[in-house]
Design a protein around this ligand. Structure first.
Ligand code: ADP
Length: 529
């Protein structure tokens, strides 16, 4: 790539007006310019776009930027064109363009004017586009929102699956893939599907130390939320609900209670939606009650709370949605209301889906339940989910959750951990949590039968304790690094070296667990209704 590698800081200043790079931007850009494949995992707001925009602007030829949403592409194109006195530095290529417009785009590319060409993956497969792109100089390919490749991501798009072969048909150029979804499973999927297992990986921490995480049982939820918002009077916040109907009802309920709130969901008239969003951004309204349709590309720095009326379908979504709080580094309270019945509803909904989607959906829900019911540091739980180790005592933001500021009693479970690890070892490290618990509790199911686990000495060793106790041990043993979830099969629990040492050396170090919370709300609800 013939690029002006030297004075990157100067180019940064010239095009973007920033005097320093953020995080690892500079290394990422240098490596991309030297021709390497790059994989960037950075939380939202980390500054991913600049990692391909700047090198594109200073390289010879045009960079292809694959992005899933036309609306987001348009914003980016306008932003990039605003950086330069020349219109046409960035273009979108898609079927909404008429012949004259398409010709203009092609001419600008041929003339060397266009540095960034934004395309959706479904447009990229069009033969006449491909034929054209094969003939021109391409500097590199950037794949934004790369998690769309993975069924384990929160936004799977089948069109992303074929990107590798399409890119190979266009040019042999470096590829930079970027995402804010960093679970090890998604990361593995992206690298394999894009054939970039050797890519240089740049990963930034997903820790948001200024966010306070809290889960409350979903009892008297309407009143609880009204009270919470009144305690944060005049501050900006978002309340997420799963259904459009609930959004409308709850926005009304807040209004009746004197709270300055408006609804937002994809079923509202476009004009109303935009108006409501703008009012929130302009601070004419304090609270937006919304479905997950709200938030993409919204950058309001002083959102002080994000409330989940309903729990989301995955921890990933939870992280993204709560991530809209406290962007300015100030207070950000993330409060979620949890009722196991809501999870059952989501499970029923999944039952109608094709098998693979259902299996994945259930695994993701399982993590959500784990988060909701855990008594561990919630930050540690979330970060573990993103493949990060977090010290719940000394880590940045360690005391910023309900469990940490009000710690549960700890209980020693060293000998039970030994029993569980021995079971996993003896049965060949090939079972998921749910089946291990069946063995421990002595309950037959299809898997225990087919592997004749009833005949082992382990069967039923823990039936005196509740299943939830064993679930807690498995979960906390995983987060504390004794067990690992197999990437290929996801749910299958494997032993780590730490577990082997623990068993072999008869470790003296106690294994402490915080007993997870019981969430049977039927009784409490009956009392309060
Ligand atoms: P992401 O795509 O990772 O969510 P963006 O690319 O939208 O993040 O960047 C987030 C914000 O950070 C933007 O407002 C952007 O202008 C700003 N930003 C990016 N790089 C820098 C930098 N080097 N210095 C200052 N601000 C930056």
């Amino acid at each position: 790539m013939n690029a002006k590698k030297a004075n990157l800081s100067g180019e940064l200043k010239k095009y973007f007006g920033f005097s320093t790079f953020k995080g690892q931007q500079e290394q990422i850009i240098e490596n991309l310019l030297s021709g390497k494949d790059i994989f960037v995992l950075m939380p939202t707001g980390g500054g991913k776009s600049l990692c391909y925009q700047l090198p594109a602007l200073i390289s010879e030829g045009t960079a292809i930027v694959v992005s899933p949403l036309i609306a987001l592409m348009k914003n980016q194109v306008d932003a990039v064109n605003g950086l330069s006195s020349d219109d046409g530095v960035a273009h979108v290529l898609n079927s909404s363009l008429n012949k004259t417009q398409t010709k203009q785009v092609f001419d600008d590319i041929k003339g060397g004017k266009t540095k960034l060409l934004y395309v959706a993956p479904e447009s990229l497969i069009k033969d006449d586009y491909l034929d054209f792109l094969k003939e021109v100089k391409i500097s590199f390919v950037a794949i934004d929102e790369a998690h769309c490749i993975s069924e384990w991501g929160h936004d799977f798009r089948p069109e992303y699956r074929n990107l590798k072969s399409i890119i190979d048909r266009i040019a042999e150029v470096p590829v930079i893939a970027l995402t804010a979804t960093a679970t090890p499973k998604v990361q593995d999927d992206i690298q394999k599907t894009l054939g970039m297992s050797d890519a240089l990986v740049f990963k930034e921490s997903f820790n948001r130390p200024n966010l306070y995480y809290e889960v409350r049982p979903k009892v008297n939820v309407d009143k609880e939320i009204v009270r919470f918002i009144n305690q944060h009077k005049g501050k900006s916040g978002i309340v997420y609900c799963l259904s459009r109907r609930k959004v409308e009802e709850f926005a009304q309920l807040l209004q009746v209670n004197g709270i300055n709130a408006l609804p937002y969901h994809a079923g509202l008239d476009q004009k109303v939606r935009v108006a409501n969003q703008d009012k929130f951004l302009m601070e004419e309204v304090d609270v937006i009650v919304a479905t997950i349709a709200f938030g993409m590309g919204i950058d309001k720095p002083d959102v002080r709370f994000v409330i989940h009326y309903d729990f989301p379908k995955s921890l990933e979504s939870y992280y993204q949605e709560t991530g809209r709080a406290g962007r300015d580094g100030g207070e950000g309270h993330c409060l979620a209301f949890y009722d196991p019945k809501d999870i059952e509803k989501l499970e029923k909904f999944l039952a109608q889906k094709p098998v693979s989607e259902r299996e994945i959906g259930l695994q993701l829900l399982n993590e959500v339940v784990g988060y909701a019911e855990t008594s561990m540091s919630r930050r540690q739980y979330i970060l573990y989910y993103f493949g990060e180790n977090f010290d719940p005592v000394k880590g940045d933001g360690a005391n910023m959750c309900d469990n940490s500021s009000n710690p549960p009693k700890l209980k020693e479970a060293t000998s039970d951990l030994k029993k569980v690890l021995t079971l996993i070892k003896d049965t060949g490290e090939k079972f998921k949590s749910k089946d291990l618990i069946s063995v421990i509790a002595g309950k037959e199911n299809a898997v225990t039968k087919s592997y004749k686990l009833e005949q082992t000495s382990h069967f039923g060793f823990g039936k005196e304790e509740k299943d939830n106790y064993w679930k807690t041990i498995l979960r906390q043993a995983t987060v504390q690094g004794f067990l690992q979830k197999d990437i290929e099969t996801y749910g299958v629990l494997k032993m780590s070296d730490k577990a082997r040492n623990f068993l072999e050396k008869q470790s003296k170090e106690p294994f402490l667990i915080a007993e997870d919370r019981e969430f049977d709300l039927s009784q409490t609800k009956a009392e309060s209704e």
